[in-house]
Ligand binder design. Structure first.
Ligand code: ADP
Ligand code: MN
Ligand code: MN
Ligand code: MN
Ligand code: MN
Length: 366
């Protein structure tokens, strides 16, 4: 019989003994989490504090070896971590915290993959329009050998059809990871709003939002961190690649739903149409911002097939899942609500996506 354990796997029952040890009342473990030099992967490390922080502003600025994360040269390697958002730690429990940080070089300028700083500046300019985001994070579960979870070792599962929102051991693979992640997010204080099994087997989605302003990017990055950590516990790997399996298999996106106060009010559809018009004039610029490789990743995904639009053309439509922008049926009927930008890839940076959407729609900055 094939073992599901790899050499690196430890015994979680033994581990539980140590996690139950009572901790000193006056100590707290704070895990600093940040986006590394790839702009896709996350890193983390922990320090002990002798108080329980309530707000990121109470936390010390820290640093790390940026030459080991693609964020600095070895000869000048210290990169600064600035705490920006604080969460309850669903792994260590108690008073322990996870803290999301953005990163700054030795001269206090943002690192190349710190896209939060400019995002926040732009969002502040549009604060009065009350921008809300809701992002749908699609991802694929892989086994420790990078093979899609539950797929036959040789060959492929049956064609797509029965898997989306499916139930049953022959339809969905890895539900434990999804369920554990959902609860970990709620515990942490992330505004997670749902999950579903996706069209390709072993592919899943969770949604975060609606979130106002920068909270969208903060919560989504921390939700990604929790997903990688939870999957690690199950000896499973998470891939955010937008087209993990070439051919007749759906890719993975990060549909970005967006609204302003005006769009949510009576006859907001007029404002939604104006937003679509602005978006139509900036298609190429948005495609550049919608994956970490300036559009290269989305070339594999946005083929105009398998519920995607073509990367080359802008399109919009009511209830249309083959367009760049979809106006949900309910929004068209109520004549108010939000729009869905279906173009961002699953590995896009939510700060970059938030920033360009607000520039184009709210600030007419193009
Ligand atoms: P679908 O799969 O049909 O595209 P989902 O239910 O997966 O839709 O996701 C809808 C997303 O839209 C959720 O993340 C939700 O938070 C977000 N959302 C709902 N209302 C608004 C709104 N007014 N403004 C922005 N986002 C919204
Ligand atoms: Mn050291
Ligand atoms: Mn969805
Ligand atoms: Mn989906
Ligand atoms: Mn969607």
């Amino acid at each position: 019989m094939e073992s599901s354990l790899s050499a690196g796997t430890t015994n979680k029952t033994v581990m539980d003994r140590y996690m139950k040890l009572p901790m000193p009342d006056d100590k707290c473990q704070v895990m600093y989490v940040w986006v590394d030099g790839t702009g896709e992967n996350l890193r983390s490390k922990t320090r002990t504090l002798d108080f329980v922080p309530k707000d990121p502003s109470e936390l010390p600025i820290w640093n790390f070896d940026g030459s080991s994360t693609g964020q600095a040269k070895g000869t000048n390697s210290d990169v600064y971590l600035h705490p920006v958002a604080i969460y309850r730690d669903p792994f260590r429990l108690g008073n322990n915290k996870l803290v999301l940080c953005d990163t700054y070089k030795y001269d206090n300028t943002p690192t190349n993959t710190n896209h939060r700083m400019t995002c926040l500046e732009v969002l502040k300019k549009a604060e009065d329009q009350e921008p809300w985001f809701g992002m749908e994070q699609e991802y694929t579960l892989l086994d420790i050998n990078s093979h899609p979870l539950g797929w036959p070792k040789n060959g492929f599962p049956g064609p797509q059809g029965p898997y989306y929102c499916g139930v049953g051991a022959n339809k969905v693979f890895g539900r434990d990871v999804v369920e554990a992640h959902y609860r970990a997010c709620l515990y942490a204080g992330i505004n997670i709003s749902g999950e579903n099994a996706e069209v390709m087997p072993a592919q899943w989605e969770f949604q975060v939002g609606p979130c106002e302003g920068i909270t969208m990017g903060d919560d989504l990055w921390m939700a990604r961190y929790l997903l990688h950590r939870v999957a690690e516990d199950f000896n499973v790997v998470v891939s955010l690649d937008p087209k993990p399996i070439p051919g007749e298999w759906n890719g993975a996106g990060m549909h970005s739903n967006f609204s302003t106060k005006k769009m949510r009010e009576t006859n907001g559809i007029l404002e939604i149409n104006r937003a679509v018009d602005n978006l139509s004039k900036n298609h190429a610029k948005h495609i550049q911002a919608y994956d970490p490789r300036g559009g290269k990743d989305n070339e594999r995904r946005l083929t105009g097939r398998l519920e995607t639009s073509s990367i080359h053309d802008f399109s919009a439509g009511v209830a249309n899942r083959s367009s760049s922008i979809r106006i949900p049926r309910g929004v068209a009927e109520e004549k108010k609500g939000y729009l869905e930008d279906r173009r961002p890839s699953s590995n896009a940076d939510p700060y970059v996506v938030s920033e360009i959407i607000v520039r184009t729609i709210c600030l007419d900055d193009f």
